[in-house]
Ligand binder design. Structure first.
Ligand SMILES: [Zn+2]
Ligand SMILES: [Zn+2]
Length: 255
């Protein structure tokens, strides 16, 4: 998981081990995801067991949106697409995530977003790079999904921008949110799409991306409505291909 191995040498690991022991006794810090006592607090606010529990989505996946497909599709179609992607052409050309929005991954994203545990963006960004390698391949830059300025002020940071910074590629703030949208939670997919249409606009930074392949970065893809609205603004600004890489994805059950 890349959580360890940054401390040099034997004496260094002794010191870190002692520090872990002292911190866990004095502070009794608990894992931000499962609440168990952290045995190695110097490795970050989430325990090793939680990181290990985050599994990639099981193939076969829809070639476009990344949703899991029933296994038989693998045999019948070489480039398989889920029913939703076959019904309507999407503006996001390909999307992938670290894993399903569930369990430890969901708890970690909550801790990052709502408890301000911004240090979690680094290991999440690293996982996005590992599991999203095919999405990042050949792309010119990353574009974080922006928050509306009022929400950005309230939260103090944009979690998508934090994640993008740790994926390890150039980041371009090519989008801005021009309209505050009511909370999306609980809205059906069609309403979400309507709600978000024209909520984003390209910034001046997008002018350098004509004809380019870019990767949108966000914490969670729920119905894909936000990513679609972002992709629309980028393509109208001349971007050739828009991919998306999110920390997690709400998956529809395979059909
Ligand atoms: Zn844990
Ligand atoms: Zn699909």
């Amino acid at each position: 998981m890349g959580q360890r191995g940054t401390h040099g040498g034997f004496s260094g690991s002794l010191v870190v081990g002692a520090l872990d022991a002292i911190l866990s006794v004095v502070l009794s810090p608990s894992c931000a995801a499962c609440d168990d006592l952290l045995l190695h607090p110097t490795r970050g606010p989430v325990c090793d067991a939680c990181w290990r529990s985050i599994l990639p989505l099981t193939p076969p996946l829809c070639d476009r949106c990344g949703d899991p497909l029933p296994a038989w599709r693998m045999v019948s179609l070489p480039l398989a697409c889920c029913p939703r992607c076959r019904r309507a052409r999407r503006l996001v050309d390909r999307a992938r995530a670290i894993g399903a929005y569930d369990g430890a991954l969901r708890a970690i994203i909550h801790a990052l977003k709502y408890d301000g545990r911004r240090s979690l963006a680094r290991p999440l960004g690293r996982l996005m790079r590992e599991r999203g390698a095919e999405i990042l391949d050949g792309a010119a830059c990353l574009v974080p999904v922006p928050l509306h300025p009022s929400r950005r002020r309230h939260r103090g940071f944009n979690q998508a921008a934090d994640l993008a910074r740790h994926v390890g590629m150039p980041v371009r703030p090519a989008l801005r949110r021009v309209r505050a949208t009511p909370a999306q939670t609980g809205l059906p997919a069609a309403r979400r799409h309507r709600n978000l249409r024209d909520a984003f606009a390209a910034t001046r930074a997008a002018a350098t991306l004509t004809g380019a392949v870019v990767v949108l970065i966000d914490d969670v893809s729920t119905t894909g409505a936000t990513l679609e609205a972002c992709a629309r603004a980028l393509k109208e600004a001349g971007v050739a291909e828009v991919r998306a890489l999110t920390a997690a994805r709400v998956v529809s059950p395979p059909r």
